[in-house]
Design a protein. Structure first.
Length: 159
């Protein structure tokens, strides 16, 4: 499931690309219509916001899978290798707990916002909020996998 260096893109990369391209397309259409055609569509703002929310929250899992989190190396550069490993594990556990809370409260917000509609498209706001628990579930899955792999000392792809 994890992408080796130089390998072909997988489903998660195509998913991210589709979201970015869709967002770009909606924004380009809005700019063209507003400044060239002299009119504007009401729904482009909502769609671009929806895509941005989905990119952000579902992207959390991909960031964790690829180990691309922002790391404060200023604080860890003087630590021994074992202390860095312990620091990394404790940060992973903290992020895991946070994402478990995101799953719980994201599901509550999704349920709560089902009857609230957006202004122009009248979509349920839960379409925005459902990305929070989905992204957090991915993050929890990848963090548990990472913690198990780090605990057993196995490398990626080893059986």
């Amino acid at each position: 499931m994890e992408k080796a260096s130089g390998s072909r893109p997988g489903l998660k990369e195509y998913y991210a690309l589709i979201l970015v391209m869709a967002s770009f397309g909606v924004l380009i259409a809005e700019v063209f219509l507003r400044y060239v055609a002299g009119s504007s569509m009401e729904w482009t703002d909502e769609i671009s916001r929806l895509l941005l929310v989905w990119m952000t929250f579902t992207g959390i899992g991909l960031v964790i899978l690829e180990r691309k989190e922002i790391i404060a190396q200023v604080f860890t550069q003087w630590l021994s290798p074992q202390a860095k490993k312990n620091w990394s594990r404790s940060m992973d556990l903290l992020v895991l707990v946070f994402n478990i809370f995101l799953v719980i409260f994201g599901l509550q917000m999704t349920h709560f916002s089902w009857d609230i509609k957006t202004e122009s498209l009248e979509l349920p706001f839960s379409y925005f909020y459902v990305s929070i628990p989905l992204g957090a579930i991915l993050a929890v899955y990848y963090l548990i996998r990472r913690l198990r792999t780090d605990a057993t000392g196995r490398k990626k792809g080893a059986k």
